[in-house]
Design a protein around this ligand. Structure first.
Ligand code: CDP
Length: 244
């Protein structure tokens, strides 16, 4: 965000650098039930992002002193594979991945009926295999489907998407160059059933009106992604995927 590159035009003649319109998402596909050993899983591709989400639980929460007698404990680990970016990512948690994991976990605590499963943990692993901007949204969207695949009761799915600003124009779903050289990025997640926001971050600067427009676009993106999420679940449970 905010890097300078002389002569680089991100928005010209109504089109973006990859040919998209201002309100167009990158191509997205998802498949659930891709991992045998996990209770629930999802593989998601979104533009150049490739993400695997795996869910285990509810299972006994260990060590025991971390148990909550009234509800399940949610653990969320966002991790970038060392080969996921141009430069090798140093293995282990970083400040950035700890922050993304914490906020994603808090978003999911809003939708999971944790009080149904006291003393247990629900462990969510999000592995970014290939990163191309927007990985926190891709991870949360995949995690929510993996939770549904694990049969964990939730008030709603969670759908995440970002909007941002490039060359002064508010646009949906920033790609990698747009993220690096753009002016702002606003990732959000919401519960499509109840229309409650459960995640919102802002990198860069937006005026009040630009913020409203970015939020409108991101919510519109979420509606499209929600449709793809539901189709992926229907496909899996109509027995069309992996003979299930
Ligand atoms: O991925 P997301 O947009 O949620 O997070 P970001 O911190 O805004 O990062 C934007 C992009 O920068 C990532 O998707 C990666 O492609 C890249 N990145 C990287 O190459 N190395 C890192 N350590 C972190 C991010």
């Amino acid at each position: 965000m905010g890097m300078k590159k002389e002569g680089l035009k991100l928005f010209e003649n109504g089109k973006r650098i990859d040919g998209r319109a201002y309100d167009e998402l990158r191509p997205i596909k998802m498949e659930v039930g891709v991992l045998k050993r996990a209770d629930g899983s999802c593989y998601l591709e979104w533009g150049g992002n490739k993400v695997l989400a795996a869910v285990y639980g509810p299972r006994e929460c260990l060590p025991r002193h971390t148990q909550d007698p009234l509800k399940a404990r949610i653990n969320y680990r966002y991790n970038m594979a060392p080969f996921s970016t141009d430069e090798r990512v140093r293995p282990g948690p970083s400040r950035r991945s700890i922050e993304i994991s914490k906020l994603s976990k808090e978003a999911l605590e809003h939708v999971i009926f944790t009080e149904y499963f006291p003393k247990t943990s629900i462990d969510i692993f999000v592995e970014i295999l290939q990163a191309d901007a927007g990985t926190r949204c891709a991870g949360l969207t995949a995690a929510s489907l993996a939770l549904a695949d694990a049969g964990i009761p939730m008030k709603s799915l969670i759908t995440a998407c970002a909007a941002g600003k490039i060359d002064g124009k508010v646009v949906l779903d920033l790609g990698k160059l747009e993220d690096n050289f753009g002016e702002a990025d606003l990732p959000i997640a919401y519960m499509p059933r109840t229309k409650e926001l459960v995640y919102l971050q802002m990198d860069g600067d937006l005026t009040k009106d630009e913020f409203k427009e970015a939020l409108r676009l991101a919510l519109k993106g979420c509606d499209e992604i929600y449709r793809i999420q539901r189709d992926a679940l229907k496909k899996a449970y109509e027995g069309e995927v992996n003979g299930r």
